[in-house]
Design a protein around this ligand. Structure first.
Ligand code: NAP
Length: 242
């Protein structure tokens, strides 16, 4: 059993998730690098271990109920609790050549399976372990694109950027965050949604921020102290409009 904090980051084989693992581990958090491909998760974890960081790999596909349950049992067996869950895994399936009304239902379903139902299923499975933490933290990767207020504001940067399956999946993540935060309001567990910003990753080749900057919001919310918010929606600590 470790005395240090224990974190798990989903979708951590690349992009913001991998960097979130690196930053959390650099803060001394024992971090489980979760990937849907066990081999790639092990390779990524070994590379960080080689830098002296406290990282271990775990297999977790957020769309695989049996796999999620097995991962939760593995964390229970190895550590007995979880202090930080970062729901980072996400996909983008909208077709830029199609209008909002022209996106396929398949794209909608795939997006919601990973971005929303994957977050809920993973959280449900790990909540018993988070309840064993003295100060549980749940961080849900949202997006500025989740904001209905910004989408309706002609002056906002995202006004003309409408990718509805992705956007709505993240709006639903925000709703889930608020509901779960309310359920857990009398516990030490804090639940927050984070917009990493427009980050240069495989998902967003036109991103403006580097990955290290993009991961900072997740790390900030993962390491919140007792005075920190719950049920919030922020970018680098700044509150965003719903
Ligand atoms: P990315 O580079 O495309 O990485 C996505 C990660 O999610 C990959 O590690 C991928 O695993 C994993 N993943 C996908 N489906 C999964 C599943 N079913 N189970 C487990 N893992 C799965 O994306 P990113 O830019 O780092 O995005 C990370 C998060 O930030 C996402 O939730 C995204 O929506 C959000 N976000 C990103 C931006 C941005 O500008 N980049 C902006 C706002 C929000 P594989 O390696 O196995 O494919």
């Amino acid at each position: 059993m470790h005395n240090e904090k224990i974190a798990l980051v989903t979708g951590a084989t690349r992009g913001i998730g991998l960097e979130t693992v690196r930053q959390l581990a650099s803060h001394g958090v024992h971090t489980l690098l979760a990937g849907r491909d066990r081999g790639r998760a092990v390779d990524a974890a070994l590379a960080l271990q080689a830098q002296g960081l406290p990282v271990e790999a775990i297999a977790l596909d957020v769309t695989d109920a049996d796999g999620i349950a097995a991962a939760a049992r593995e964390v229970e067996r190895r550590h007995g609790r979880l202090d930080i869950l970062v729901n980072n895994a996400g996909i983008f399936r909208d077709d830029f050549d199609k209008t909002p009304s022209g996106q396929t239902l398949e794209a909608w379903r795939e997006t919601f399976d990973t971005n929303l139902f994957g977050v809920i299923a993973t959280t449900q499975a790990f909540l018993p372990l988070l309840r064993k933490s003295a100060a549980g933290r749940i961080v849900n990767l949202s997006s500025a694109l989740a904001s209905l207020a910004l989408h309706n504001d002609p002056a906002s940067d995202i006004y003309d950027f409408k990718v509805p399956a992705y956007d709505a999946s993240k709006t639903a993540v925000n709703a889930w965050t608020v509901h779960l935060a309310h359920e857990l309001r009398d516990t030490p567990i804090k639940v927050n949604a984070v917009d990493p910003g427009s980050v240069k990753t495989d998902m967003n080749q036109h991103g403006e921020l580097d990955i290290a900057t993009g991961a900072r919001g997740s790390v900030l919310m993962a390491l919140l102290d007792e005075a920190g918010p719950t049920g919030s929606y922020t970018h680098q600590g700044e509150v965003l409009p719903w």
